[in-house]
Design a binder for this molecule. Structure first.
Ligand SMILES: C[S@@+](CC[C@H](N)C(=O)[O-])C[C@H]1O[C@@H](n2cnc3c(N)ncnc32)[C@H](O)[C@@H]1O
Length: 382
């Protein structure tokens, strides 16, 4: 290679490196801009009444993603504020920050110090990578308090800012996030229990179970016997069973059921007559659910728990309201259970959808019919 050509190539490389450096940190610019627009309510100037709608309509950015960028810069500022010199090394790309932000604010600085210490013998910038950061962040999550992770919620508000476990459906349906399973299992399942999800859908429960060390914490993790069934199994590890015929197995210690939403998912799982999703008549739907409640009750022994997820729903076109959660309480109590506890979680659909959701939101407001965004997680005791 000629001398001049080598010099040209070196200049070119150094220019490209500068470009890369500037662009890899562009997530910070996005985050700071969004944060200012949100905090100062600048979206009002363009006729939007809410930040979420503004992000979707103006930038085709889901509110979830926009708020994620804002959290990234929050975490970045947090780490930077703890640095004691101009030369403090900071994360330089979105993937690296994406791990730090998984930690609660008060743990971010400590974890960052440990990360820098772990690579201190090397030329630091060169050794800094997302893999090292993830390893130390994971350790911190498993070391949280009594060894519990922040994925398990300490309150009845099971609201997850970002989801690790998304629906596993092969047909693109299924709305709940696996974090709901993790929390339900954490609160209600003991070691060795027989746990049944008789309407397992995509089989997300299994994935969450397999990953249990992450949310149980290493020192606290244990095994239990998880069985999945469904009228229309989508995966080979789910057995076929119709809940209207009885319960698939004797003496389950814990049942978790995400029942098909009323009138929202017709034909989505199957065209079968005994598919609860296909029942369009409210009274008929409740009658069928009462059979499900009785079948659960008959299969369980005294003192065992059964969790049912239930969303209220409303029809935009007719304005009809279906208050399912209180009906489920009634049906399960009639079957013989007592209501043991309640938690609340957003239905996954609202937190990730983009433009289509904004259109629906506007329709909801103009029709004065609210959309369904919450699920009640109702736990009963026999
Ligand atoms: C809301 S989905 C469950 C989604 C699941 N939580 C997941 O993570 O993918 C409801 C499920 O109930 C099933 N189902 C409907 N009628 C049923 C019946 N009679 N017996 C058993 N399962 C039924 C459907 O096939 C569907 O998979």
């Amino acid at each position: 290679m000629k001398k001049t050509s080598l010099r040209t190539r070196k200049t070119q490389l150094s220019r490209l490196k500068k470009d890369l450096k500037a662009n890899l940190s562009s997530f910070l610019k996005i985050g700071y801009a969004l944060r200012a627009i949100k905090e100062k309510q600048l979206f009002l100037l363009e006729g939007f009444d809410a930040f979420d709608n503004y992000c979707v309509s103006q930038w085709d950015l889901s509110p979830n993603k926009a708020n994620y960028y804002i959290r990234l810069v929050g975490a970045f500022d947090n780490i930077r504020s703890a640095g004691n010199s101009e030369k403090t090394v900071l994360p330089f790309n979105e993937f690296q920050m994406g791990h730090i932000v998984r930690l609660p604010k008060e743990k971010q600085i400590q974890a960052w110090r440990e990360i820098l210490k772990s690579i201190s013998k090397e030329p630091v910038e060169q050794k800094l990578n997302a893999r090292t950061i993830k390893r130390i962040v994971d350790l911190h999550l498993n070391r949280n308090g009594a060894g519990l992770t922040s994925l398990v919620k300490p309150s009845d508000n099971w609201n997850f800012q970002s989801n690790i476990y998304l629906p596993e459906s092969v047909n693109g349906h299924g709305y709940i996030s696996g974090e709901v399973y993790a929390n339900a299992f954490w609160y209600y399942v003991k070691e060795g229990d027989l746990v049944v999800d008789p309407m397992a859908g995509s089989g997300l429960a299994k994935r969450v179970y397999k990953d249990r060390v992450r949310w149980m914490g290493k020192e606290h993790s244990y095994d239990f016997d998880l069985r999945l069934y469904d009228l229309t199994p989508q995966k080979p590890f789910i057995k076929q069973h119709d809940m209207l015929e009885g319960f698939p197995i004797k003496n389950p210690d814990y049942i978790f059921m995400d029942i098909p939403y009323f009138r929202m998912v017709k034909g989505q799982y199957s065209n079968k007559k005994n598919d609860i999703a296909n029942i369009l008549d409210w009274e008929e739907y409740l009658k069928v659910l009462s059979v499900v409640a009785q079948n659960c009750f008959q299969a369980q022994k005294k003192g065992k728990y059964c969790t049912v997820m239930a969303s209220n729903s409303r029809e935009l076109s007719s304005g009809k309201r279906y208050m399912l959660a209180s009906k489920v309480v009634k049906l399960w109590e009639e079957a013989g259970y007592t209501l043991f506890d309640k938690a609340y979680s957003p239905r996954h659909i609202q937190i990730t959808k983009s433009t289509g959701m904004a259109v629906l939101n506007n329709k909801a407001k103009s029709k004065r019919v609210m959309l369904t965004d919450m699920t009640e997680i109702l736990t009963f005791k026999k």
